[in-house]
Structure formats: structure tokens, C-alpha cells
Design a protein around this ligand. Structure first.
Ligand code: ZN
Length: 494
């Protein structure tokens, strides 16, 4: 495999063929709304009879039976190639080139979410089906989608009942938490219904459980509840309470995240307060899996004082098990000690190469990908927003191979890390995944997994442990991939 990869690493087309089939354990950083193509949002807007503002390049949440100047029915848009194309470009990073009025990749990227949000509401299940299909065609086994299943209006109403205008410390958190407590059963009911409906719709689109079931039905899916960091502190706390409560009570939701631009003025100003909120809620809900967007900033974006501690605080105060992005690590204070600590505590960094290039302008040798690996910090590749970026996990692997001259063993390690550090329940198959040592109950050389069937005791262990089961499947997938590739005439030396 090492020499096959060397044969194709200089040939982007054959490298793509090789990497697309390569089994990728997990996509641990995937925002469901950002995973969808603009074309789908426009199509659904058309089906729902929504209006599009061509002037603001935004899908509106209402119909326009008689479109005003600068508006059009979404349904009519596909017959107008110029307007259609302009909308696709505005709803994604397609064809993005900085111009006088749209000069920042960062701003364009984040603005897309506001432009398509009106089409999301009724189509969570369709979105999930599309994202699962992408995962299947990418040979990804497991995805943790970031979702926010409770409408903001509902959370805002809960907050209003507490009459709390600001939160600054643990005492305030306590008061607000107790004020929200009477609504917990409603929170749970709302969120579970939303997830039930989303999954029911996705499974029906994919025909899961029937003879025509799409391969996407085999993709294992779990969720992280993502709270938005750009709101006033009491509302951020309210979202986090809902997130922890749901993660605690619904096994499909396996973790909590905090998202949206880290350089937003409110997000920056309240960063440390947000970390305190996590600290407080971790005590209330021990063992909760937290992954945070931390260090998605550069000196070009924010002042030095904001660059020096976000990853530190996410780890030391918010108690994260994983870090999303981590791009600013070399600018944090005592970064050498920080990296040693992350390696020692096995804190994984979810690396999003395409997104970091598009939003932060950081790529290739300027990205700390190799620094993390040099320091022994676990990393996995993920997509972030594959629909907005019009990318996928194969492209992330391709970027990594091309930029960092990865070997086949490196690819295996990255793919395994995705499952090893996933928040899904269950014990790991690995006693030591770096050394290739499998747990005693399934003992034996890892190389044999591909060709042997598990013993009864091992099968029992796999049945009981979702993580180990996925890991076993991944090893078998590697074995099948290697067999297929070794017979693939396209991958020869010339
Ligand atoms: Zn993200």
C-alpha cells in the first residue's frame, strides 16, 4: 500500500480514486446545516413555496405570490441560470473571489448560514439523508453531526420566565439553572420529537430497512448539541443547559459543543465566561463529553491578547475531551507545555483543512497540523461544513497527503483516531491503538481481524460496545480496501 500511495501521490486524479475508497473511520466535526449543498436548499425552498431575495441573495421565510423588484419565487429560479448561479455562489464558497463588496472569505463563509436558514426548518430529515449519503460515498463509517434541535424561540421563552438579565459568576449560573429546571421535561420532549422526526424522514428518504436501502443506512450517526456563542450570556447559558440536559438523557446525543465565529465581539468578550459555564455544568453533569471550537483565530483576525489562551481555557476550565480547529496553538502562551499536556491527556484536535483555508487563510506549512503530530497530540481529519465548502472527507485526506506528504501508515492512524476519540458509547477495541494491540478478549494480531471471524467471547464484547464494533468493521474495511487496491490496474507505477 505504501508504494501504491507513492505511485499516485503526484497524480491528483488517481490519488482521489485511492483516497475515496480508503476507509475513513469517522467525521467528528460536521455541522449538519453546513453539510448540505446550496442546490438542495433552493430546491426545498421551491417545494415549500418560499421567496428568494435576489437583491440580498437570501432565501426568505415567506412566499411571494407577486414577487417585488429584486425578488423571485424559489420555484422559478432553476429556469433562470444567471440568478440561480448567483444564489448558489452566495449560499456557498463556490467561485468565491474577494471583491470590493464581498472581500473576506471568513465573512462570506459565515454569511451563507443566514442566507439558507429559512429553507432548513422543514427539512432536517432531508438534510440528514443528504449528509449520510455523502458519508457513505466517502467511505466514512461514523459521523457526529452538530445540531441544535430546540428552536431558539422556545429557549428564549424559558429564559424570560427566569427574569435574569445577566450572568457573571457561578452564583448567577446557579440561580439561572434553578430557574430553568421546571422546563427540563419540555426541553427533552421538544428535542426528542425533533430528532425522532428528523431520523424518521432521513430513513424514509434512504429507504432504510427495505430491500432498496441506500448504503447510507449503514453509516452510524450520533449528535452533538451545538450552542451558539454569539448571543448574550444568559442565552448562551440557556442553550448549554438544554445541551447538557439532552446529552444526559438521550443516548443519540453524545456531546456538547459551542460554535459560531470565535472572533465575534460577543464571543471574544465572553470567552472566559463561557468556559466557566462549562466548568459549572460539568459538575452538574459529570462525565459529559465536550468538544469546543477553540483557537479558530489568527493574529490577522483578533488582537494578541485574545490569541494567547483559548485552547488552554477550553482544556483547563471547560474540561474538553476534544478541540475543534486549534489553529492558533503556536500563539498561545507556553504552547510547548500546552502541546505536551494535550498529548499526555489524549486530547484530540479535529483538523478542518479546507475550512481553515477558506475562513482563516491558513493552509499548508502555515497550518499546525504537523506541529500537533510532532508533539504527539492525536488528530483526526474532519469536514466542518462540506456543503458550504463543496468538499468532503476525501478532499480533506487529499489535502493532507499533498501538503504533508503522509504515508499509508499515517492515513491508517488518522482514520483509526476518528473512531478511537469518537463520543459514541462503549469500550475501545484497542488496548493500545498505536502499537496495534487489541483488547485481550479479542486478542490476536490486528492483521488477522480482516480475515478471521471473532470468537464467541469477542463477538459478545463487540455486541456490547458500539465503539469496538465500529473499530472491528474498520479493520475489516482496511483489509478489503487493500485487497481491492492491490488488484487495481489504474494504480500501477505508470
Ligand atoms: Zn465547526
Amino acid at each position: 500500500m505504501a508504494s501504491l500511495l507513492d505511485n499516485v501521490r503526484g497524480d491528483p486524479v488517481r490519488l482521489e480514486l485511492f483516497l475515496r475508497s480508503f476507509p475513513k473511520g469517522a467525521d467528528l466535526h460536521n455541522h449538519l446545516s453546513g453539510a448540505v449543498y446550496a442546490e438542495s436548499f433552493l430546491k426545498w425552498a421551491g417545494e415549500d413555496g418560499l421567496c428568494v431575495s435576489l437583491a440580498e441573495k437570501t432565501i426568505l421565510s415567506r412566499p411571494c405570490p407577486k414577487p417585488a423588484e429584486g425578488q423571485e419565487n424559489a420555484e422559478a429560479l432553476s429556469a433562470q441560470p444567471e440568478a440561480w448561479n448567483a444564489m448558489i455562489n452566495a449560499l456557498s464558497m463556490r467561485n468565491f473571489v474577494p471583491t470590493e463588496t464581498d472581500r473576506s472569505g471568513h465573512d462570506h463563509f459565515f454569511a451563507t448560514f443566514l442566507r439558507f436558514t429559512a429553507a432548513e426548518r422543514e427539512h432536517q430529515g432531508d438534510m440528514l439523508a443528504e449528509a449520510m449519503s455523502k458519508a457513505a460515498s466517502d467511505h466514512v463509517q461514523y459521523v457526529e453531526f452538530q445540531i441544535a434541535p430546540i428552536p431558539f424561540a422556545f429557549l428564549a421563552e424559558m429564559l424570560e420566565h427566569t427574569h435574569l438579565q445577566s450572568v457573571q459568576n457561578e452564583q448567577d449560573f446557579q440561580v439561572l439553572y434553578e430557574g430553568l429546571q421546571p422546563f427540563f421535561s419540555q426541553i427533552l420532549a421538544q428535542a426528542q420529537t425533533a430528532i425522532d422526526e428528523m431520523e424518521w424522514r432521513a430513513h424514509s428518504v434512504l429507504k432504510c430497512g427495505t430491500k432498496q436501502a441506500a448504503s447510507a443506512c449503514n453509516v452510524a450517526v450520533r449528535y452533538q448539541y451545538s450552542a451558539l456563542r454569539v448571543f448574550p450570556a444568559p442565552f448562551v447559558f440557556t442553550q448549554l443547559v438544554a445541551a447538557y440536559e439532552l446529552t444526559h438523557r438521550d443516548p443519540r446525543v453524545v456531546g456538547v459543543n459551542l460554535v459560531a465565529p470565535e472572533d465575534n465581539p460577543t464571543a471574544l468578550h465572553d470567552y472566559d465566561l463561557h468556559m466557566q459555564m462549562f466548568h459549572y455544568l460539568n459538575q452538574r453533569y459529570p462525565g459529559t463529553n465536550v468538544s469546543l471550537h477553540a483557537g479558530e483565530i489568527t493574529p490577522a483576525l483578533v488582537p494578541a491578547a485574545d490569541m494567547d489562551h483559548h485552547i488552554h481555557a477550553a482544556i483547563e476550565v471547560a474540561g474538553v475531551k476534544r478541540v475543534g480547529h486549534g489553529v492558533d496553538v503556536q500563539w498561545e502562551h507556553d504552547s510547548e507545555i500546552l502541546l505536551q499536556d494535550m498529548a499526555k491527556r489524549h486530547i484530540l484536535v479535529e483538523i478542518n483543512l479546507t475550512s481553515n483555508d477558506e475562513i482563516l487563510g491558513i493552509k499548508g506549512a502555515d497550518h499546525p497540523f504537523l506541529l500537533y503530530r510532532r508533539a504527539g497530540v492525536p488528530v483526526a481529519l474532519s469536514t466542518d461544513d462540506e456543503g458550504v465548502s463543496r468538499s468532503d472527507l476525501t478532499q480533506e485526506y487529499k489535502r493532507a497527503v499533498e501538503a504533508y506528504h503522509l504515508t499509508y501508515d499515517d492515513l491508517i492512524e488518522l482514520s483509526r483516531a476518528g473512531l478511537e476519540y469518537g463520543f459514541m458509547p462503549g469500550a475501545s477495541l484497542w488496548a493500545d491503538h498505536k502499537l496495534g494491540q487489541v483488547v485481550t478478549v479479542c486478542s490476536g494480531d490486528v492483521a488477522h481481524i480482516g480475515t478471521t471471524t471473532p470468537t464467541a467471547a469477542c463477538q459478545h464484547f463487540l455486541n456490547d460496545n458500539m465503539k469496538a464494533r465500529l473499530q472491528w468493521q474498520l479493520e475489516r474495511a482496511f483489509s478489503k480496501f487493500e485487497q481491492d487496491m492491490s488488484h487495481n490496474v489504474l494504480l500501477g507505477e505508470r
